[in-house]
Design a protein around this ligand. Sequence first.
Ligand code: G3H
Length: 250
Amino acid sequence: MSSRRFWVGGNWKMNGSLASNKELLEHFAAATPSGSAEVVIGAPAVYLNQLAQIVPHGWGVAGENCYTQSSGAFTGEVSPEMLKDVGANWVILGHSERRAIFKESDEFVAEKTARALKAGLKVSVCCGELLEEREAGETQKVVDRQLLAVVKALSEEDWENVVIAYEPVWAIGTGKVATPEQAQEVHQAIRQFLAKNVSQAVADNTRIVYGGSVNPKNCVELGQKPDVDGFLVGGASLKPDFVDITKARD
Ligand SMILES: O=C[C@H](O)COP(=O)(O)O
């Protein structure tokens, strides 16, 4: 196994309330989460301040999106600086729901990634193919295209603060998890892509995590693959046994 620290992110998407967040986080803390994995919870921006105060000790807090500017006439947007101001230290960018529903382009995701890093946030940047793209044999082409935009926007040092989340769109919220072999194949190819397009050191050190119907039952086998450095978890991060996923590699 590599020296890359196992990373487990929860992505609550547009879910939660002050009361349910508190209940869930208290449960997580009481259930003794992994001491070795880096754990980060992503939540709607309005709840980040609450999360920053009550997440289990050592856990990070992530926004689920941000804009490219610090402030100004951008009605409805939230800046990276504002995420930091309310206690977030991470942001999830380029999630397939943002790409599909809000029409975010590869370049826009890359620009936001660069800006968030500049503001001092760490970034989990998402990539992944649609079912029809996989069936057409275009998985790697799509992932490379999405990541090439990010590569162009970042310096080599920036990569220290980036986690790549590979999330095949057909596996998100569907219960159809990628097999450990399918995940490993794409993760390995992403690492080769980083070696070719950034540097061998960045390829060796960047965490590449898998997302798409991860749950406490399938996480151990997925987490044993050498290039799977953790998970970005949607639905299962809203359940008490998310804590078991943080321990997949323990
Ligand atoms: O960001 C998380 C992904 O969208 C995965 O969601 P899921 O675990 O509910 O399939």
